[in-house]
Design a protein around this ligand. Sequence first.
Ligand code: FEO
Length: 400
Amino acid sequence: MLKPIPLKEDLYYIGVNDRTKHLFENLWPLPKGVSYNSYLIKDEKTALFDTVDICYSDIFFHKLEIALEGKSLDYVIINHMEPDHSGSLGLLRNRFPNVQIVGNKRTADMVQGFFGITDGVKVIDDGEELSLGKHNLVFHLTPMVHWPETMMTYDTYYKIIFSGDAFGTFGTLDGGITDAQLHPERYYDEMIRYYSNVVGKFGSPVQKALEKLKSLDIKYICSTHGPVWTLDEQIQKVIGIYDKLSRYEGDEGVVIAYGSMYGNTEQMAETVAYELAQQGIREVILHNVSKRSHSYIIRDIFKYKGLIVGSPTYNNKLFPEVEYLLSKIEGRDMKHRYFGYFGSFTWAGAAVKRLAQFALDTKFEVIGDPVEMRQAMRTDSYDACISLGKAMADRLKLDK
Ligand code: FEO
């Protein structure tokens, strides 16, 4: 069976790779899989940082027991209770009845709720410390990154932040564990997708957490998903990605997300895109909402400042897949987007009206005039789509 991977003399990676699940949280596609990271420090006392999804508990416990080499497990630090990390906690307590479960008050509530465990739980406060010997752990509460109990743990000896979901990525660890052992570029887009899909609603708590981290000298980031970040330039980069995403700051570019039953609304999307390119906008991404998983559309909406949504009228409402996308955007309290919209109908229009309401609700800055097309594209609707593309390009250029 697999063995633990030493990262330092007394620090082991005992996480696992999941190449089986199709959907993370039963929602988000996993074409490149995902890792559930767990770490062990062996000092005078031993401490485990999070567990793994219960589906992988067998491999996990095997690795843990090899790493412990017969030593007892003194603490399990629970930075996050979502079951992709806490799933094996009940089994862990069965195997190690004396292990102290360490978390904050909200963690303790969830440990009781999920596992019925109330004894051997050490409740810590923000800033509290726990000595393992030469390693000293400092707990930093970071609520809502991604659940209310989430926290990060700083090891003063190696200057590691065990960051929970923060700075995590989709994608398995194929051979290498650290950024120095693999191509970190492979993971950036999957980091943005993880953030935007899973944590995206919590921009303000993420900003507060980043503010707390500023006072720490960080040499390693040990997240619960994806690579261990060890290189200074990578650490700066991933913190920068989180900072930018949590401020809802996008790059120059436009996502055009559209629904289309028979290609007429798609022609509107193509025309807007054509004009954006004519105006020198290089990042123009068209997403057919019926074909592309919303996970990737949401990722790109977080990446770029411009958003244009198009929809046919369907049963006197928006096209259902477009409505679904809007609910996901609203669910993430998305901010600071330049927004354009267009719609079509055959006998009675409703799509444009609904998109106008969406613009009001999100407080996005509306760019250009909305275009409403009846049945098929003619010169007037073509020209109106060109004008919409031009208006969006002009707005983006103003920020240069
Ligand atoms: Fe990786 Fe919020 O769990």
